[in-house]
Design a protein around this ligand. Structure first.
Ligand code: PGA
Length: 244
């Protein structure tokens, strides 16, 4: 079954006081009966806070990255097993900011997804093209290369993943892909996944998703939900997206 998810990616934002307000609102206003799952991926220092605030609610939480390694001399890294100790269910891997700012290759992203799965976390693996790549007509080739690397690394375990299509030019820019543009790429990803026996993987769209554009995106046949950055920091906006 295709997992329907709305995932908040707080990125490097938050503080104990503002988190407490936001988490309390999500916990009290998101009801388990809702058709979608709601997830927040918080900065690692706030995992204990998220766990305490959300444990009795229908909202789930996760991390924004995990190490490909289980333990050892990897200063600053977080192991999948550590995230699990704090009740995480999801781990974003291969976000374009990690790929760009931290030099994460397709190979590293595959290894991270595998590390997450190995500890029972669902990886939310991100793919997406830059503006330059889109303008050169390379969108399909880029996302296919990124997805194929993941499929190669995970094999049959690909079915345990969620994939997020996030065009880099739409992230934090206020410039959302149109529903048709997003659907066109999702269809490419879906057929590739189907070819690998993973056609029922949840496919999220990310990039300037807001309360005002979420419903049109969710109406597309291959869009199963959203990965939301900026708008996930505002309870009203995030809940509007989740209910769209
Ligand atoms: P945005 O970020 O919603 O702020 O564009 C999305 C993301 O990077 O996951």
């Amino acid at each position: 079954m295709r997992e329907k998810l709305v995932v908040g990616n707080w990125k490097m934002n938050g503080g104990l006081a503002t988190n407490a307000e936001l988490l309390a609102r999500l916990a009290s206003e998101w009801t388990p009966g809702d058709a979608r799952k709601l997830v927040v991926c918080v900065p690692a220092p706030y995992l204990a806070q998220a766990q305490a605030a959300l444990s009795a609610s229908a909202v789930m939480w996760g991390v924004q990255d995990v190490s490909e390694h289980a333990a050892g001399a990897y200063t600053g890294e977080i192991a999948a097993g550590m995230a699990v100790e704090f009740g995480c269910r999801y781990a974003i891997v291969g976000h374009s900011e990690r790929r760009r700012l931290h030099g994460e290759t397709d190979g590293v992203v595959g290894a991270k997804a595998l590390a997450a799965l190995g500890r029972g976390l669902t990886p939310i693996a991100c793919v997406g093209e830059t503006l330059d790549e889109r303008e050169r007509g390379a969108t399909d080739a880029v996302v296919t290369r990124q997805l194929d690397a993941l499929i190669e690394a995970l094999g049959a375990r690909m079915r345990g993943c969620v994939v997020a299509y996030e065009p880099v030019w739409a992230i934090g820019t206020g410039r959302t892909a149109s529903p048709e543009q997003a659907q066109a790429v999702h269809a490419v990803l879906r057929s590739r996944l189907a070819g690998a026996g993973a056609g029922d993987v949840g496919l999220l769209y990310g990039g300037s998703v807001k309360g005002s554009n979420a419903a049109a995106l969710f109406a597309m046949s291959d869009i199963d939900g959203a990965l939301v950055g900026g708008a996930s920091l505002d309870a009203d906006e995030f809940l509007t997206i989740a209910r769209a």
